[in-house]
Design a protein around this ligand. Sequence first.
Ligand code: SAM
Length: 423
Amino acid sequence: MDDPAFDTETDLQTQSILLAAANHDTTALRNLLRNSSANVQDTETGFTPLHAAIAACGPDQNDTNKVNGHTNEDAGGATEEQEQNIDGAIRTMKLLFENGAIWNDLDSNGETPGCIAHRLGLKELYELCVDAGVRAEMLLSRMEEYQLLGDADSDEDEDGEDEVEETGGEEDKMEQVAGGVETLDLCQEDAQGDESTENPKYLASNLTFNRNRLLDDAGNAVMMEWETTLMRTSTELLVPKVGLRVLNVGHGMGIIDGIFQDKKPEAHHIIEAHPAVVNHMKEQGWDKKPGVVIHEGRWQDIVPGLIEKGELFDAIYFDTFAEEYKALREFFTEYVIGLLDPAGGSNGEGGKFGFFNGMGADRQIVYDVYNKIVEFDLFEAGFDTEWKTIPVPNLDEQGEWEGVRRKYWVLDEYKLPTCTFIG
Ligand SMILES: C[S@@+](CC[C@H](N)C(=O)[O-])C[C@H]1O[C@@H](n2cnc3c(N)ncnc32)[C@H](O)[C@@H]1O
């Protein structure tokens, strides 16, 4: 049964925390956080203390802060009052993160604290949110690996129960540091929470091939023609001259494969898992194009065989669908080393690896968090990555999303990665 006295007390506590956060009163906030969580939320606005601390630097709180969408910084330097306000917000946010604040809780407008900072043009505050996101996500992914290792150990260990208990204790500790964040489980061109975009389900679904898009049977866009500029630029960077050996994972609409063909590759391997895409490829005569070898099946099943055969490539491109970031990471961590010729490429400067960088592209902060994580993971896997920023036109204005179930891209800029082996 609900206890009204308890509810009122909890609500008061929540309001006190939100107020202290909005006032950037770190002394009061520190005291309140002794007995309370840093992740309380206002029932109406959905604000957490992080939202409150950031929103307090917005135009309503300081009407000279932002004029016509431009901060005063743009117009010739922040005022002293503004600077103090930002400093206060920084101290408050750091205190909240130290106390386990979650970086990606949504308010009732569907905004994370970082989204508010981005919308208000508060760069320093935005970067704090991005860094907190990177820390949390990396810890969670390490925890997952750790858990997998733990599972493997306990399988072998006869005295498995004790092991599991120990692992749990360590995880609790790490989860406190991570701020208890739920992982984002991003897919390549994903549709979160949509079962049809899990890889096996997608591979069993019917596809519709249109002139400018490829859709699955739930109306999700598997590939769209607007990406052609991105595919063209990737090709220029990965395959700068004719006669190279290329591998493409995921044929889709065949856009990048078509551009690869223009480079008259000596060998052109394509891995494609969806039977309908494979049929379509054959109807279009892809199996008869010069240098083309089609591998029908999931890359997970095909790639080990290619490595065993000693096939080497000068350029590798990876762009699948309905797979989580984990799959991409596995590909470049475990397999690219066995497939990419370190002495290959243009003029022997080393083979190059690229991929469609679309994780989290339905929200700026998630894209920025993932770009940092991907860069770090690539470095750990032994790659140097060069990023090229490409402007993306307004796809809404162009009517690109009409008839598509969900926009997988809402950003103004695409970050295009080109990777080579370090050294
Ligand atoms: C986004 S499309 C690729 C678009 C391509 N880059 C182009 O330029 O048209 C993704 C493709 O990956 C394929 N795919 C999905 N999962 C795969 C897997 N595990 N292995 C191989 N191909 C896969 C899909 O069937 C689809 O054809």
